[in-house]
Design a protein around this ligand. Structure first.
Ligand SMILES: [Zn+2]
Length: 363
């Protein structure tokens, strides 16, 4: 009897092993299967500094089949048209006027309504973000809570919002924002609690720093991020700007941050044509950046930072500029930077934020 049982046991073990093997293959196949399209856009502005732009339906046409997912936000700041400053000239960009910028909270309702007007098959392509709060206001977190409760089922994150930005921060009416303001701590605490992805713009340094001058912004930002290790944070543009150039030790500084176990929750977006310009400037900058991304492929996200692009040519420009960098990435790193990391962070956010909204409905 014992001997008769053995072949049976052997067969069931073999069947079990086969099932396990095919499951492992499935998992393997999933991790190497390419997600559809060229990229997912982790940084996209539907509207500009005077709250105008293209419709989300037009954006869907521009995305076509090449871009199957994107974040969706306006710009929280409105450039005032001050007659006393520019007369009949109507500025549409922050560099076009000396008049101040102010926080325009209606942007969140505008984005939510645009999203809600879409059919479900198109809604799944977008991750709308809350931006219309003043990060120097202790009431900022209350605004975010109010938006989530007013528009449940819509938002996945907050941002792009700005703390220090060349030309911009100093133009905003009212108290200037800072990385050491407890108002910002309460925003990040709420983001962690609700599962909202945080997309933060903060320049890595001041424009034209003196040689040897320590970038105090970087130090303050490091402490801020370490205080909020449960938040999912994306640092926009590697901290670069129009005239905030890559500091000499930029890649070494990024490497320090990426190896810091207390900063595991921080990813970096390489969005903006200005940033692409620095990264693809020379064969050396391309190789050095590619080497860093290949070493930390889970920590970088592609984004365009396009503001209300007129057509697909304008929209694809940043992606096209980045080709020399993308070619130097391993296949798996490229897939993660272009799509995989976006899917991982925002899929998790959608689940967490929906759960938070459910738990807080009616409160
Ligand atoms: Zn942006």
């Amino acid at each position: 009897m014992k001997k008769a049982k053995q072949p049976g046991a052997w067969i069931s073990i073999s069947v079990f092993a086969l099932i396990m093997l095919s499951q492992a293959e499935k998992i393997n196949a999933q991790s190497t299967t390419k997600l559809p399209g060229l990229f997912y856009d982790s940084h996209f502005h539907l509207t500009n500094y005077v709250q105008e732009g293209i419709t989300v339906q037009r954006f869907l046409q521009i995305m076509g089949n090449d871009v199957q997912r994107s974040t969706l936000f306006g710009i929280p700041l409105q450039q005032q048209w001050s007659y006393g400053n520019s007369g009949n000239f109507a500025p549409t960009y922050y560099l076009a006027s000396d008049a101040p910028l102010y926080y325009y909270s209606f942007t969140d309702a505008f984005i939510a309504m645009a999203y809600k007007a879409l059919p479900a098959k198109d809604q799944v392509k977008f991750d709308p973000m809350i931006t219309g709060f003043n990060p120097a206001d202790m009431y900022a977190a209350d605004h975010i809570r109010r938006v989530l409760k007013t528009f449940p089922g819509v938002f996945s994150g907050i941002g792009e919002f700005t703390i220090h930005k060349e030309f911009v921060s100093s133009k905003i009416s009212g108290e200037v924002s800072s990385l050491i303001n407890p108002a910002l701590d309460s925003v990040l605490s709420l983001a962690a609690e609700a599962g909202l992805v945080v997309l933060l713009h903060n320049d890595i340094d001041m424009p034209f720093p003196k040689p040897g001058q320590k970038p105090y912004l970087l130090e303050q930002m490091g402490s801020l991020f370490r205080r909020h290790q449960n938040a999912t944070i994306i640092w926009a543009h590697c901290g670069l700007g129009r005239i905030v150039r890559p500091v000499k030790e930029q890649l070494a500084m990024l490497e320090d941050a990426l190896t810091d176990p207390q900063l595991k929750h921080v990813s970096i977006d390489i969005s903006w044509s200005e940033v692409a310009k620095y990264i693809v400037a020379t064969p050396e900058t391309i190789s050095a950046t590619a080497a860093l991304i290949n070493r930390f492929p889970d920590r970088f996200l592609f984004g365009t930072d396009e503001v209300s692009p007129a057509d697909s040519k304008a929209y694809m420009a940043v992606y096209n500029t980045y080709q020399p960098l993308l070619e130097k990435l391993t296949e798996s790193a490229r897939e993660k930077v272009l799509k995989g990391n976006y899917a991982r962070l925002f899929d998790a956010a959608r689940i967490k934020v929906r759960a938070w909204e459910k738990a807080h409905a009616g409160n």
